[in-house]
Write a protein that binds this ligand. Sequence first.
Ligand code: PXP
Length: 237
Amino acid sequence: MPKLNVNIDHVATLRQARGGGEPDPVFTACLAEIAGADGIVVHLREDRRHIQDRDLSLLKQVVATKLNMEMAPTEEMVRIALETKPDVVTLVPEKRGEVTTEGGLDVLSNKELIGDVIKSLGNGGIFVSLFINSEIEQIECSKETGADMIELHTGRYAEAKSAGEREGELASLEESVHAALELGLHVSAGHGLNYKNVSAVADIEGIEELNIGHSIISRSVMVGMERAVREMIELSK
Ligand code: PXP
């Protein structure tokens, strides 16, 4: 069974919508750990649209499991990662206007830059994962850059429109996992995984970790709503 890392970016998205202090992603991380999460994932974006530098720094202090910082391979982010020292950095592509991370890193076209970033982070004792599409060339190139792990993008599987398409994506993921393991890479997977589609990916042997955000944060609103309303009614009596 793969480990579960919980991405808490969207708690920060909600906080930023009001510009105040709640809900606090740091508190959320503690609750996720109490519930059994094996790790906490946050993406410090260049535009700071959700997670802030303050969050990352506090999470480094309170996360007792494993802190995985997603970031673009830029000078600014490398500096922050080396200062903060998360357990893991996941390098992701970043486009300013995108709603979420749309595709995997193009390691083939950015091999030198990614290799340099991995070297700098590795010298700082940070384990590095590359978020890539399920493509053999990208996996082989990831190995050549010196990455420790790859995270396979499961978006195409999650968005498959038919059973046939879904099976095809699963087969591709399985093939990629085998290829990566043969090269000595650790493997994780994520993006678009939810309560309906997670099992098939979790069943792929060799995937060590799943990184899941949106569906868990969405569900926490649903399962928590009733209690939240009851508590407010009590206080307003
Ligand atoms: N893995 C990576 C690299 C991501 O960028 C994201 C989204 O922030 C996830 C996993 C989680 O995706 P989702 O929010 O769809 O579960």
